[in-house]
Design a protein around this ligand. Sequence first.
Ligand code: A3P
Length: 284
Amino acid sequence: MYKSMILFLCKWLEKIHEHSGTALSNFRQQLYFMDYEDRDSDIYVVTYVKSGTTWVQVILYNLLFDGNMEFEHIYDVSPWPKYESANNGSPERVNHLPSPRIIKSHDKYDFFNADNKAKFIYVYREGKDVAVSLYHHNKNYRDPELTFDKNFEEYYITPDPLINWFEFTNAWLENKNNFNVLYISYEQLKNNYEVTVRKIADFVDVELTDEILERVKKHSSFEYMKQHEKKFGEKPPVQAQLVYNEFIRKGMTGEGNTYLNPEQKKLYDDKFTEYIQLYLKKIE
Ligand code: A3P
């Protein structure tokens, strides 16, 4: 009871004090995670944003459950607790989902306790392509005036380790706590789909029958997901002029090479050598 009163108060204060919004929203998240129940059987799909998270959520859901796609939104069957904590305020529904839960996360490595026993599927995507996808996402969903260069500076190579692609990716690839992580990549899913789905199935202990493989293929195809965009995209918040039907956008590899200018490419290559190169073996 006292928590719902605090949550109500936070929402109310956010409305009247725009500047204290972030602090209050963090506080609400902390309240959410106080009641959130971890399970050893949880399967986290962890990515830097725009790396194929939703694609892998759909694959997992079709591997582990009956593949009934009648849910309104993928978060109904594969939740994103951080999103819920910022919006709904109560982990009740997620705490009651059947095991194994398929949980979306864009959290940085240190968010998880060192003794976490869950399974993690880390989806790596080529960094320049991530920069392009992220640019379109932010332009469509947040700021129609956004330029690629501004997005590259402010979101992608910012000093904030939660948002800086190199630091975020580096920590997950390093895996200093030895979490149980399966590393796959967006490119492997594009170029070697069936082998990669088999890797995922093995990791989550599913025997991949022809019937299961067929439904995984059908429901996780780009065409199917594009056609049912509303089930997967970010839920539209407020500003009507923004675009909300581009969450499943192009699904291509290599786009980054045409967007980054020579200076950005040089910066990417240098940082790649410093932060990522060493760990690439893990994704092979
Ligand atoms: P693009 O913007 O490059 O098209 P996330 O789910 O992590 O936000 O990732 C979104 C990216 O994955 C988008 O990339 C989206 O189009 C792509 N994507 C989603 N479903 C896909 C699928 N079935 N096949 C290929 N790409 C897919």
